[in-house]
Design a protein around this ligand. Structure first.
Ligand SMILES: Cc1cc2nc3c(=O)[nH]c(=O)nc-3n(C[C@H](O)[C@H](O)[C@H](O)COP(=O)(O)OP(=O)(O)OC[C@H]3O[C@@H](n4cnc5c(N)ncnc54)[C@H](O)[C@@H]3O)c2cc1C
Length: 459
């Protein structure tokens, strides 16, 4: 339990309206999108970088953990107070400070919601591409801390590709600025990239400097239906091999289609085993041409139906469907182990084939969907927690999938990070020396291990 005198000091820093300590209130901050619960000892809502720095200084003096939290939508337990301590929520730091239409840049606070920022940029004819399916609620601070990505990563890259600099509060209480507010900059080590994706373990992000793009002139959305799962995987490679890079190229297997169908009654053909959602964007004439080529490739690879969204509303509904897959899995009333593996695009057919084998071997429901265009497949192993042995069996199946991913030259996480759920698997991808080096970096930033302790590195 945090001593009363510490609570009092925290209250002095953030103000009495910006601290929670009652059991009921703390419960609301004891979970994220992972099925685990850890109650913090207090929750604070600082209103400035200086207040964040003061909380961190106090944590160093009094030796308590501080856990940064945006919207709490993380899939790996990153914002959970697994060792107790104080959860630091960024919701009050929610200003878009500037959108600069001359330089195509922006400055935002970490609590700004991703989708809201995208809309503001669009009003100025600009485009912020990173589009995690959680964009309606996840924060830009959380997106930077996890290096979030979404369907548009295929053509436009992920969060790190749009962050030119950061203002952060270090665990020892100093406020520093990293990187640049220009497009180029090579002065010193690239601390910006080090902090991006560091899952709130190296620093608390207090301001983000972003670059933006002009909004693409037009887009076309196609949906291609397949009776054979592996045909759809071959189609992905074939589109790219033909030198077409769609803005988005997403994949849904039968399990995900059935779940969203039940959720939203979409009326997709019964015989559909896999669906590809493809968006092309750019110059209207050029993408008409590309859309014809993509349609031809889909049909050649075995698609039995290729449809084109005829209105913007129809297209945006299709992308809503894609974003609804993850929540719609709840309808199965099972617990999910949610992985986001990535393999080189050309290896997707092999991965899909192997997952089918593992599904049969372990007699498990495994639902796959995701960003096929960049090789990032969300693998959701569904199991009944109440049945003895089911969790163990599911973990073994995931372990075999990870082994295949590594063999194929891939990575065990494309965008969700390691947090606590994937920490036991870290050694599958990194060797002891590499992990040791990362731990040394953590110690340089955070000598007393007060910032988000117990994350990424197991044990
Ligand atoms: C339905 C659903 C769909 C999703 N789809 C995607 C997807 O398509 N792509 C994707 O990448 N992710 C996806 N996610 C995962 C999640 O939304 C992302 O990881 C997101 O970036 C987390 O943002 P958040 O604001 O919720 O952060 P939180 O969950 O609150 O925190 C995530 C991590 O960031 C740290 N953190 C938060 N704010 C800061 C800060 N200011 N400074 C330092 N560290 C900080 C936390 O300590 C924690 O380690 C999805 C989640 C859900 C529930």
């Amino acid at each position: 339990m945090l001593k009363k005198k510490i609570i009092h000091k925290l209250l002095k820093i953030v103000g009495e309206d910006n601290i929670l300590t009652s059991e009921e209130d703390l419960t609301c901050y004891s979970y994220d999108a992972v099925n685990q619960k850890f109650c913090p000892e207090a929750v604070v809502f600082p209103g400035s970088a200086e207040e964040i720095a003061a909380v961190l200084k106090l944590a160093n003096q009094e030796q308590f953990a501080v856990i940064p939290r945006g919207a709490g939508s993380g899939f790996t337990g990153g914002s959970l107070a697994i060792l107790g301590g104080v959860v630091l929520v960024t919701s009050r730091l929610n200003r878009i400070i500037e959108i600069n239409t001359e330089n195509l840049t922006a400055v935002v606070e970490p609590g700004v919601v991703c989708g809201e920022f995208q809309k503001e940029a669009e009003k100025q004819g600009l485009y912020y591409p990173p589009d995690p399916a959680s964009l309606a609620f996840s924060t830009l601070g959380g997106n930077v801390a996890e290096c979030a990505g979404g369907p548009s990563a295929l053509k436009y890259g992920v969060t790190r590709d749009y962050v030119t600099g950061l203002e952060v509060a270090l665990p020892t209480g100093e406020i520093i600025t990293t990187g640049v507010q220009t497009i180029k900059g090579v002065v010193g080590y690239d601390l910006t990239r080090l902090i991006i994706g560091s899952e709130g373990t190296l620093a608390v992000i207090t301001k983000i400097y972003l670059r933006l793009l002009p909004k693409p002139l037009s887009s076309i959305t196609l949906s291609a239906f397949f009776k054979d799962l592996e045909d759809s995987a071959h189609t992905v490679s074939s589109v790219i091999r033909n030198k077409i890079v769609p803005a988005k190229l997403e994949f849904m297997d039968r399990g995900s289609i059935e779940c969203v169908n039940t959720y939203q009654n979409l009326g997709f053909p019964n015989e559909t085993e896999a669906l590809l959602l493809i968006e092309l964007d750019g110059d209207p004439v050029a993408i008409e041409n590309e859309a014809e080529k993509v349609k031809k490739i889909c049909l050649e690879q075995g698609s039995f139906r290729v449809e084109r969204a005829t209105t913007t509303k129809e297209a945006s509904n299709l992308w809503e469907v894609r974003r609804a897959i993850s929540p719609s899995l709840l309808l199965l009333n099972l617990t999910k182990m949610n992985e986001d593996v990535v393999v080189p695009r050309s290896k997707i057919p092999q991965l899909i084939h192997r997952i089918e084998e593992i599904k049969k071997k372990f007699n498990l429901i495994i639902i796959c969907f995701g960003h096929a265009g960049d090789g990032n497949i969300h693998v959701n192993a569904m199991y009944d927690e109440k049945t003895p042995g089911e969790r163990d069996k599911t973990e073994k199946a995931i372990h075999e999938i990870f082994q295949e991913v590594i063999t194929l030259g891939g990575t065990i996480s494309g965008e969700h990070g390691i947090g606590i759920t994937k920490a036991p698997f870290l050694t599958m991808e990194l060797n002891d020396f590499e992990i040791g080096l990362m731990k040394k970096i953590k110690r340089v930033f955070d000598p007393n291990d007060i910032l988000n302790p117990g994350k990424i590195f197991y044990g």
